[in-house]
Design a protein around this ligand. Structure first.
Ligand code: ADP
Length: 549
């Protein structure tokens, strides 16, 4: 009868066990010792051979090679059942030791295999969760972008009505009280519009979907434009305003002029906003790569790297205003951060401006920093941006002057066709055009638009075309117009509340002559039409467009 004596526990301190594990050689043990009894299930065996087996376990996979460490031993007991008087010869003992070695190697291989399976399973699981996390992140980004696109479109449409109609009201005869109310509406709606643009810019800068639009431009002209816009702000507050453009500043460069203007105006705007008395000064110079020139004290290792065909421009905006506490400086370039929680109440703003400027400056391979000697001791904001230098042959010399661009007289009697399915937008656009003296016709669908254009003698010079329309959208209408009519008859301008780059690219690809972003004020409408008539198909206007704002 076979009697299985399990489980049997023999302490490691057992004399025989100790004797076996002390040596790598096989030991002959008595069948009546504790280990012998436990191994002898049939009770018939004679002397047994026992040998230790190092149990190798894989500590970890280092660079793909498992490192094995012997942690403990198993004991292999060999017996030949039925031979009660067995004597183990030296040769047999040798054989037992060889077998023990083989078993130990096999066990270690099994341990390695088991561990690699475990690692593989863990990696598969890890991959699955990473993939899931990636899918979730992509879905979240898509949802966020969709939300932004919809909100942006939905917010711009009513903003268009508010800005356009209040800019019309401003032009009319008003009592003092009414004028002050309308001025406030105009100011507030323009602030709201800036905020919408800022939030959108920032989110697109954060997810990397906003890139710079590189074009040739005249640097001093853009800087003078910043000066002309900022000067009245400073003078309005009774501040002295100095704007110095050093002689060494290059004339013709390639870069994103609109974004450069946006950064410059933002920084000067802050200087004016946070200064009650004294002055605001702006100085622009060519970076000299001089070791002694002032660098960011918090990041002295940042240095502009000279590259052939490129130059760094250094713009320093200094004010005698509120100043900043040293401890607040490191946070100011983070989004929605203001040095003081009462700032919004006292000075307005959202804390997005510097964060946006920093991202744009970085896109221009530059650096921006702020310094201040403390509260009420003024601030100095310095930023460097890299611009490409234009070779003589590629210089854009035929740029129109501002006066040339804006000749309102040309709009008198201009035949404009407006196509928009939204009735409020139709009223708003018609009113703007009427005020500019245009001869305006308004229709509400793509089909009506094509019918109006096909009428003999219709002779429309400009078509303002909404892109989002049911049945036949603006793109389809534009495509048909480009096939059926001679180029420029009429000039096709997309009027849209969609700010994404794709919309703009698609419009220009179809061959539209310009794209205008709602909201649009009377002045903007006038300048768009004048530009269009003077320079059809310059493809560079894109009034109000974030990439060309
Ligand atoms: P906002 O001006 O909308 O509050 P910004 O991001 O442009 O946001 O600026 C962040 C904060 O940095 C401001 O709220 C203000 O505390 C501080 N700051 C920026 N420029 C100046 C300056 N010229 N003088 C004093 N504080 C400034």
């Amino acid at each position: 009868m076979f009697v299985l004596q399990v489980p049997v526990t023999i302490p490691a301190s057992d004399k025989t066990v100790q004797q076996i594990i002390q040596t790598s050689e096989a030991t002959v043990i008595s069948p009546v010792c504790a280990l012998g009894k436990a191994s002898n299930h049939r009770g018939l065996a004679g002397a047994m051979a026992a040998v230790r087996l190092p149990l190798l376990c894989v500590s970890n996979f280092k660079g793909g090679t498992p490192e094995v460490v012997s942690a403990s031993y198993a004991i292999l007991v060999l017996m030949l059942p039925g031979e009660t008087g067995r004597v183990w010869t030296a040769h047999e003992i040798d054989l037992v030791e060889v077998v023990a070695d083989q078993v130990a190697v096999a066990l270690s291989h099994a341990a390695v295999l088991e561990d690699s399976h475990r690692t593989r399973d863990a990696l598969v699981e890890q991959n699955k969760s990473l993939q899931l996390a990636r899918q979730e992140a992509e879905t979240a980004i898509r949802a966020r972008n969709d939300f932004l696109a919809v909100m942006n479109h939905e917010m711009r449409t009513p903003m268009h009505a508010i800005i356009a109609l209040s800019s019309l009201l401003q032009e009319g005869k008003l009592s003092l009280d009414q004028r002050s109310m309308v001025d406030t509406v105009v100011k507030s709606s323009s602030l709201l519009s800036t905020l919408i643009n800022d939030v959108l810019d920032f989110s697109r800068l954060e997810d990397g979907s906003l890139s710079l639009e590189m074009r040739p431009f005249e640097l001093p002209t853009v800087l003078r434009e910043a000066e002309n816009l900022a000067k009245p702000m400073a003078k309005g507050k009774g501040l002295d305003f100095y704007f110095d453009i050093n002689m060494d500043v290059p004339q013709f460069v390639i870069g994103d002029e609109k974004r450069l203007l946006q950064i410059t105006l933002n920084i000067i705007g802050n200087a004016v906003k946070f200064t009650r008395h004294g002055f605001v000064s702006v100085s622009v110079s060519l970076e000299k790569y001089d070791a002694n020139i002032r660098r960011d004290p918090r990041n002295p290792s940042w240095r502009p790297i000279p590259v052939d065909g490129f130059a760094y421009i250094r713009i320093v905006v200094k004010d005698t205003g509120l100043g900043v506490r040293d401890s607040d400086i490191p946070r100011l370039f983070n989004k929605f951060v203001q040095a003081d929680s009462t700032t919004t109440r006292q000075y307005g703003g959202t804390g997005l401006g510097l964060a946006i400027c920093k991202k744009f400056v970085q896109l221009m391979n530059g650096h921006i920093w702020i310094e201040s000697e403390g509260l009420n001791r003024g601030s100095v904001v310095t930023f460097l941006v890299r611009l490409q230098l234009q070779s003589d042959s590629s210089k854009e010399r035929e740029r129109p002057s501002r006066e040339e661009e804006l000749n309102k007289e040309d709009l008198n009697g201009l035949k404009v066709l407006v196509t928009d399915d939204n009735s409020v937008n139709r009223i708003v656009t018609r009113r703007l055009l009427d005020r500019l003296g245009c001869d305006t016709t308004v229709v509400e669908s793509g089909q009506q638009c094509l019918a109006a254009l096909s009428q003999p003698g219709s002779n429309f010079k400009v078509l303002l075309l909404d892109l989002c329309m049911p049945e036949m959208d603006g793109y389809d209408v534009a495509k048909i117009i480009k096939q059926k009519f001679r180029p420029g008859e009429p000039l096709v301008v997309a009027l849209t509340a969609n700010t994404d780059k794709g919309t703009k690219e698609r419009c220009l690809q179809i061959g539209m002559d310009d794209i205008v972003l709602k909201p649009i004020s009377l002045q903007e409408m006038s300048s768009v039409l004048c530009n269009l008539l003077h320079h059809p198909k310059s493809g560079t206007r894109s009034q109000g467009y974030p990439n060309g704002r």
